[in-house]
Design a protein around this ligand. Structure first.
Ligand code: CAO
Length: 415
């Protein structure tokens, strides 16, 4: 079966996490992704957080599936010529170097345009234009600068970063959308363009509801669904809301049977208004369904702490899975807190290709997260990440270099 991005060639100049997330997605959709790395070293993550000596780390393998790897020293004059040949042959150049690195290499937007006016140049940077545009940025910096950290955690504690890599993988996702959009526009204009996804912007986009709340707070001085209401105080900025739901339906994380020893024996419980009477029945508080202090969402707001404490008395008598089964029968929205171990072992995620076992020549078998976006006409087949420079000769041959030329370039340290 054909793939959605068959025929699209990506010159993948990405490293670490944000850029590789983006190009891995494009590869899963069928693009030919040619990852350019430095000979002898490669993407720094190949050797970061290694669990097996001299074997590409899981950090690298899990972000670089379905790609080809070529080694080019792009600061070597002959290496630059190879890169130029690749620019002429590819549709998109994706990079997430520190600001200015591509220019310093000699590959400015103008130079790339000269070589290939159809080329789309897509970049992840930490910040967009402004006071921090020259800064190097990693995940947690973006979470802090994008509004996620100040709004995550509990009111009486410090800001907290999330385990979800919204700065890196989140921005990679944003960039992938920018690239396919630019490819679509190119079908009409025939021209390439620059695509920029700044990590601060990407995180802020994912924190949109918190900017909503900032404005609500400024207008009304309070937010009734936040745990600070009614007894605590609100300051000038959106406070951390613990596990309160970001929407109009109050929710909280509640203990389940076994919580004393299992750190993940918890369930997320949402007191969705249309099923309030059912919730009251399940937890044995039938009178709350008609009691004027509890019967309506507005009446419940000042009592949310007590309500969740009462519901927790019930959830603590059930395992998270038992509670989930009972609550789902009544359409009461809830979700078990799943550990990574439980997720890794979940058969339904294996079945859908969301968790995939991959075989690697030096690592052996390992688990990865497959393509989370499923296209009915473009199925994803997850293929192992390339070894460093595994495809250098193959790609050089496709570019028209003879075996003798390839060997001379290797001797000169250009590839
Ligand atoms: N041949 C020759 N030189 C190469 C090369 C190649 N194949 N590939 C990279 N280089 C060079 C670059 O040209 C650059 O050289 P200069 O500094 O002389 O211009 C150098 O390698 C290092 O690039 P870098 O500054 O991007 O790398 P770093 O490890 O110092 O910084 C990071 C890493 C992530 C902080 C930085 O790249 C960055 O801020 N990127 C943008 C934001 C981003 O994507 N952050 C998320 C990363 S995922 O957590």
């Amino acid at each position: 079966m054909s793939k959605a991005l068959d025929g699209v060639r990506i010159l993948d100049f990405t490293h670490v996490q944000s850029g590789p997330t983006c190009t891995q997605l494009l590869a899963w959709f069928g693009a030919d992704v040619i990852k350019v790395e430095r000979a002898g070293a490669g993407d720094i993550t190949r050797e970061q957080l290694r669990d097996i000596t001299d074997v590409d780390s899981l950090y690298f393998t899990m972000l670089n599936h379905n790609k080809r790897s070529v080694t080019i020293d792009t600061k070597n004059p002959e290496g630059k010529l190879v890169l130029e040949a690749l620019i002429q042959k590819c549709d998109v150049l994706v990079e997430n170097f520190a600001p200015g690195a591509l220019d310093r290499m000699g590959f400015t937007w103008e130079r790339i345009q000269e070589l290939n006016p159809r080329m789309i140049v897509a970049s992840v940077k930490g910040f967009g234009p402004g006071p921090y545009e020259d800064c190097k940025v990693y995940e947690n910096v973006a979470q802090c600068a994008g509004g996620a950290a100040s709004t995550t955690g509990f009111d009486d504690g410090p800001p907290v970063v999330s385990g979800a890599q919204i700065g890196d993988s989140g921005t990679g996702l944003h960039l992938a959308l920018g690239i396919v959009t630019a490819l679509y526009q190119r079908t009409q204009t025939g021209r390439g363009q620059k695509v920029l996804a700044a990590m601060q912007d990407g995180v802020l986009n994912l924190c949109r509801v918190k900017l909503r709340d900032q404005q609500r707070l400024e207008r009304t001085g309070t937010m009734k669904e936040y745990p600070q209401y009614p007894n605590g105080t609100f300051g000038e900025a959106v406070p951390r809301a613990g596990n309160a739901s970001g929407g109009g339906q109050p929710g909280w994380i509640l203990k389940c049977k076994g919580w004393e020893t299992d750190p993940n024996a918890y369930i997320y419980f949402i007191t969705q208004a249309p099923v309030w009477a059912k919730i009251c029945n399940v937890i044995g508080k039938e009178d709350w369904a008609t009691d004027p202090n509890y019967a309506t969402p507005a009446a419940r707001l000042p009592h949310l702490k007590d309500i969740f404490a009462e519901i927790e008395r019930w959830t603590m008598t059930k395992t998270k899975f038992e509670a989930m089964q009972i609550l789902n029968k009544y359409d009461i929205p809830c979700g078990p807190i799943l550990s990574m171990k439980e997720i890794a072992e979940e058969p339904s995620l294996r079945k859908t290709g969301t968790i995939v076992e991959v075989d690697h020549p030096t690592r052996g078998k390992y688990l990865t997260v497959g393509n989370p976006i499923k296209l009915s006409d473009s199925p994803t087949e997850v293929k192992r990440s390339p070894l460093l420079g595994e495809h250098t000769d193959e790609v050089m041959t496709e570019l028209g270099y003879s075996p003798e030329q390839i060997s001379a370039l290797r001797t000169a340290g250009a590839i």
